[in-house]
Design a protein around this ligand. Sequence first.
Ligand SMILES: [Zn+2]
Length: 327
Amino acid sequence: MKELTIGLDIGGTNTKYGIVDRDGNVVYQGSISTTQYEEFKDYFDGLATALRDAMATIPFENKMMGVGVGAANGNYYKGTIERATNLKWKGIIPLADMFKEEFNIPAIVTNDANAAAVGEMIYGSAKGMQDFVVITLGTGLGSGFVSNGQLLNGKHGIAGEVGHTTVNYAGRYCNCGKRGCLETYVSATGIRRTVYKLLADHLEPSELRGISFDNLTTKMITECAVRGDIVALAAFEYTGRILGMKLAETVVHTDPDAIFLFGGLSLAGDLIFKPTIKHMEANLMPLFRGKIKVLPSGLQNQAAPILGSSSLVWNYLYNKQFKETLI
Ligand SMILES: [Zn+2]
């Protein structure tokens, strides 16, 4: 009898799901549209059907241990999704209760960056580490903190929102309602905004000139930088400088062993890592210099969000301290 978990990644566009064994093998993977359902109840029914179909395909004897959910604004303590800006269902959605009722298994809900952090600890490059930070660089910037081997949740279940700490109080407008948040500079959207600013401020020839904002991608900027495009290179230097300076502050709060960068922008390798590390080191309190590793995530593949979410279940089942506070 093999023990399995379900990992669920609720994104603004699609919901990815997978069935995962204890060793991190994804034995089934699928996705449904998040946007096509006007009512949450209809979405949940569609998802439940997809999950039942998926479970029916597993060819060996198994026991379903639980479901882990990564979603923007997921609340770890309440098992809810609360007022997510990227989903059309407003208010508070009692997701964990709904899963419990439908499948009679525990459901652990958290935000996608926290799921990535637990995934890094269970399946990725943070195995054996007690103190680390995961920064997810997607459309926005998420972060998950592990301290003393425990995911940091905070009083309200929403700890670790580094993406919405301020870089410039009179800076770029952010989706959260503030100005100058880190994610408006350091994210896929942030670097595109930077490219546009650089193109406006300078007259150097660049392959990126003439590409519309909506069509501009991180991949395009990366490829141009590799070819030596001066604007693309400057955009990475600027993005890494801001990230490095902010990480120097983040380090002071929890004294991590390592910081892992995950997702789109981090795939640019040295283009983003070099300026990030340089400016982090330059701005670190001297006590910390040379001690903090900045590393690529060990989960850089398609299944990473599913692995991250599914790992929440193992973390829950095998961690007595969490058992008291969840569900
Ligand atoms: Zn913000």
